[in-house]
Write a new protein. Structure first.
Length: 296
DNA sequence: TGTATTTGACCTTG
DNA sequence: CAAGGTCAAATACA
């Protein structure tokens, strides 16, 4: 199993997260050793490490901001604005159901139309040709829409430049009690077809820094901060904690689904990772502030 | 036979 | 009015 996770088509996003995770750990150590017997030397050493890692993170952030594909640049500004929630390359702003919106970019090596089993069972209810896009957009709603009134929907669209890549937009919150089923879905119990999680690559457009996710995400000890703990509920699943079938060894031709918090666009209490990256263009001091918030 | 998908029509929004 | 989003009848599939 090989896991390819990415913020912008490279490995920079995860590297930054790994670095930030490292910083957080160092800060924790710093707090522990403050006032201790050898605190001065130790704290100096830790502070110096924090400083150098922070600088590395800054350069990483800066570099993959420059690496942004044109399509993403076209899309991203709208994602950062509450007033504009048009997905992908659209020119029209349209109000869609619910306030919650997350976008992830997912790749399917299997080549199917449904790129990822995200732990929920979805029912397709429409498909539409989108102006300016080479591929139609598929519309999915939660299978439990009628039985439990679950309002979650998602939109899946192949990217223009890479047919194996999908942009997936999650809209609305899952209110269904599908938690148990979601766990089973990783083993193929709930999703009747297109369950390709044995052959998947997930590329992350960005991440939201949510308190509960920070803890799981940054506090993890797995490589690149992959969260292997089960999601705490339907909501957490919906927020993009993709199911992880098994942490098996990497092989060149297979991937597994990666848990990762996708962009959360609407939500006052959260800020997106891309906002952090935007801040990098406005000076290091601002960025440090953002990173501080990130770690807070 | 029940459930999921397809697809054209209709609705909503800017 | 154009384009995105949803509905629902027809169809496919297990």
């Amino acid at each position: 199993m090989e896991t390819v996770v990415d913020a912008n088509g490279g490995s920079g996003g995860w590297l930054v997260v790994a670095e930030l995770s490292h910083i957080k750990e160092l800060v924790r150590q710093l707090e522990v050793h403050l006032g201790g017997p050898q605190s001065q030397e130790l704290c100096k050493h830790l502070a110096s490490q924090i400083s150098s890692i922070t600088e590395r993170s800054i350069s990483l952030i800066t570099s993959f901001r420059l690496d942004w594909p044109a399509a993403d640049v076209a899309t991203t500004p709208s994602l950062l604005s509450d007033a504009s929630d048009a997905p992908f390359k659209t020119t029209k702003k349209r109000k869609t159901m619910g306030n919650k919106r997350h976008q992830v970019r997912v790749s399917s090596a299997g080549g199917g139309d449904n790129p990822v089993d995200d732990g929920h069972s979805w029912r397709k209810y429409g498909q539409k040709e989108i102006l300016g896009a080479k591929h139609p957009r598929g519309y999915y709603r939660c299978t439990h829409r009628h039985s439990q009134g679950c309002a979650a929907t998602k939109q899946v669209q192949r990217t223009d430049d890479d047919p194996t890549l999908f942009d997936v937009v999650y809209l609305g919150e899952h209110t269904c009690a599908q938690r148990a089923a979601a766990g089973q879905a990783a083993t193929g119990a709930q999703v009747p077809e297109h369950n390709q999680d044995a052959n998947l690559t997930v590329k992350i457009e960005g991440l939201a820094v949510e308190p509960e996710l920070q803890q799981g995400f940054l506090g993890t000890t797995t490589p690149f901060g992959l969260v292997s703990t089960p999601a705490s509920g339907c909501l957490a699943q919906e927020r993009g904690l993709f199911s992880v079938p098994s942490p098996s060894p990497a092989t060149p031709d297979s991937n597994h689904v990666v848990p990762f918090p996708p962009i959360e666009v609407a939500g006052d209490e959260h800020f997106g990772f891309e906002e952090v990256m935007s801040a990098s263009g406005e000076g290091v001091e601002d960025l440090d502030l953002y990173i501080s918030s990130f770690l807070a």
